[in-house]
Design a protein around this ligand. Structure first.
Ligand code: AMP
Ligand code: GLY
Length: 415
């Protein structure tokens, strides 16, 4: 079958790479794709009439959506009356990611383990709560904010200034929530669901802060690895019981049309694992390690979510660690340069995977075009060797002001 992947990041390059390995896959297009993907089509996935015309012309049977925005805009609903399968939740279910308040209310209704919270609008005065919690709390703007709507506060002053910031950025009528602050390591669990069953890929860890030691501003993700050794079988069973199964019960009870990916962003608090957020799509950069670690056919897995066979499918994984270090343009997540020539890509070992993110091709050269530029992925049965392999491969690559974290997966090494 012919497939269209929507998106342009490392996640979409990894999806195209993995889907192409399936015997069921024929031509795979990426809309708009990047300097590493083939069959790029310069088409905006959110433009439904153009997307439908393209799918008809190229005989597309399946659309795999990378980013959340087309899902929140209702791409699944828009194709409901066609023969084309769109892998993802419908618009209503996509609010699990698109609206923090919707998702926290869902968690509460279905008894999913999460931090306590209260919701507010600009009309309300949260002073009492902020004083009571001594400013030691987390404030979240309700809507999609590309990772910028969450304020982890340590004082009353920080909390009040976060609320001012929300009003300035998102309007006087912006809704937000205040929740208790949790502490601990974070874990990403990503699964494919048909709305009743779920098949989870390997547990992974992202590195969201820009600098070593989890310091500096938040980014889209500076690296990832899997399987995360801290996710013991015992812990995964608790997560199943307190987070994943209650979520599936909720999806079924609400009658969501959800044949897609569900991502659980979990904090391993002293008080037990707590759900921080849902994403309704593959995580980036987690996808760049969990797909290489998956031995089973991804296309079969996706199709099983549509034909009712997901519950019977047993996934197989490689018995190795996979580590991804993201190379960024200096300055990211602030302002950074573009159009810098990337050298050394042909020198990488055959076993190294290189998923492009912010790159473009021009005159046989590969140039930078975004903040997160490349994902260098290495594997080994020994996690330390996988990490070392990544950093030694990175030495072969260079572009002006190339930057990266030097401690990806170090948390796993310490264990
Ligand atoms: P979210 O988009 O809700 O996952 O939040 C983004 C990031 O903020 C998370 O990955 C955490 O690092 C942090 N965060 C969110 N909620 C909390 C919380 N209740 N306590 C502590 N940190 C949090
Ligand atoms: N890695 C977190 C995300 O994709 O939002």
């Amino acid at each position: 079958m012919n497939i269209a992947i929507i998106g342009s990041g490392g996640r979409e390059h990894a999806l195209a790479w993995k889907l192409q390995q399936s015997e069921l896959a024929e031509k795979i297009f990426v809309l708009p794709g990047n300097g590493g993907t083939k069959n790029n089509i310069d088409l905006d996935g959110a433009n439904i009439p153009d997307l439908k015309a393209f799918c008809f012309e190229e005989n597309i049977s399946l659309i795999v959506v990378g980013p959340e925005i087309p899902l929140a805009a209702g791409i699944v609903d828009a194709f409901e009356d066609s023969d084309i399968l769109v892998f993802g939740p419908d618009r209503e279910a996509a609010q699990l990611e698109g609206s923090k308040i919707f998702s926290k209310n869902f968690m509460k209704k279905y008894d999913v383990a999460t931090a306590d919270f209260q919701t507010f609008t600009a009309m309300d005065d949260p002073s009492d709560l902020i004083e009571e919690m001594k400013g030691n709390l987390v404030i979240k703007f309700d809507g999609l904010a590309a990772g910028k709507g969450v304020y982890v506060c340590a004082s009353e002053e920080e909390a009040f200034s976060a609320i001012e910031d929300i009003k300035v950025k998102y309007g006087e009528d912006a809704e937000y929530l205040i929740e208790s602050k949790l502490t601990g390591q974070e874990l990403s669990i990503i699964g494919v669901t048909d709305g009743i069953n779920i098949n989870c890929l390997l547990p992974s860890q992202d590195h969201k802060a820009a600098c070593d030691g989890d310091k500096g501003p938040n980014t889209g993700g500076m690296g990832a690895y899997c399987p995360a050794p801290l996710a013991t079988e015992e812990l995964l069973n608790i997560i199943d019981e307190t987070i994943i199964l209650p979520t599936l019960n909720g999806i079924e009870a609400e009658g969501f049309n959800y044949k897609g990916v569900i991502y659980f962003g979990i904090m391993l608090d002293d008080d037990g694992p707590k759900l921080l957020e849902y994403n309704v799509r593959f995580g980036d950069p987690e996808t760049e390690v969990i797909l290489p670690a998956l031995k089973s056919d991804l296309l079969e897995l996706i199709l099983a979510s549509f034909d009712g066979s997901l519950g019977e499918m047993e996934l197989e994984f490689y018995d190795e660690y996979f580590v991804d270090v993201v190379l960024t343009s200096g300055g990211y997540p602030g302002p950074y340069n573009k159009r810098k020539v990337i050298n050394g890509l042909n020198d990488l070992d055959d076993t190294t995977l290189c998923f492009h993110a912010g790159t473009m091709k021009e005159d046989n050269k590969v140039l930078t075009s975004g903040g997160r530029v490349l994902n260098i992925v290495c594997k080994d049965k020994d996690i330390k060797k996988a990490v070392d392999a990544c950093y030694s491969e990175i030495k072969k690559i260079n572009f002006d002001k190339m930057n990266y974290r030097t401690d990806i997966a170090f948390k796993a090494l310490k264990k």
